[in-house]
Design a protein around this ligand. Structure first.
Ligand code: TMP
Length: 208
């Protein structure tokens, strides 16, 4: 079986991590061998960089240093975890990837899409997912979900103001419009089961 690389993207509080698990389970039920991973992290070196990125005060890194750290973590993750699994015929289900850097550092922090793509070209040879699923929901509903669930405000990014998260959401939509073959927008509203079914439908053409 050919390996595939699937990424799941979206802002805070859209239920992305829950869906990553549910989608991996749905793929396994079809006999697919799935490796679940996430960014920043997913390999030993990248997990060490994750701690640097997510802990500490909101001003610990400036946007440029942050973009470099995400790209460095991604380079290690691609080389040590993602490429070997795909070469082994497995499907890799990754919670966040390059498009998060484009939306957060490129869009919301203003570094620009091209700068982030240049870093990805150096770090990971421009390696891209076969399909990216973008979970979409109004920012207000997402922050309500987070506070209702008692999460949020726990890492350096979640501490940022509402306008930052609005810019993230707008950037994600712009990326999806620019690459409709790779990136599919999936509504995150409704029950978790409904969302998982929509995600599976958005992978239908890749399924064996
Ligand atoms: P989360 O995926 O657990 O929500 O946390 C990761 C945080 O890091 C999230 O706020 C988004 C942010 N992030 C970036 O800003 N750029 C990136 O490239 C990645 C992978 C994550």
């Amino acid at each position: 079986m050919a390996g595939r690389f699937i990424t799941l993207e979206g802002g805070e509080g859209v239920g992305k991590s829950t869906q990553a698990k549910a989608l991996a389970a749905a793929l396994r039920a079809r006999g697919i061998d799935v490796v679940e991973t996430r960014e920043p992290g997913g390999s030993e070196g990248a997990e060490a960089i994750r701690k640097l990125l997510l802990e500490g005060g909101a001003d610990r890194w400036n946007a440029r240093a942050e973009a470099l750290l995400f790209a460095a973590a991604r380079a290690d993750h691609v080389a040590k975890t993602i490429r070997p699994a795909i070469a082994n015929g497995q499907w890799v289900m990754c919670d966040r990837f390059l498009d998060s850097s484009i939306a957060y550092q490129g869009g919301a922090d203003g570094l620009g899409v091209e700068a982030i793509k240049a870093l990805h070209s150096i770090g990971s040879d421009g390696f891209l997912p076969d399909r990216t699923l973008l979970l979409d929901m109004p920012v207000f509903d997402a922050s309500f979900r987070q506070s209702a669930a008692g999460i949020g405000q726990s890492d350096r990014f979640e501490k940022r103001e509402g306008a930052f998260h609005d810019r993230v959401a707008a950037s994600f939509r712009a990326i999806a419009e620019a690459e409709p073959d790779r990136i599919r927008i999936v509504s995150a509203e409704g029950t978790p089961e409904q969302v998982t079914a929509r995600l599976m439908a958005a992978l239908a053409d890749l399924l064996p």
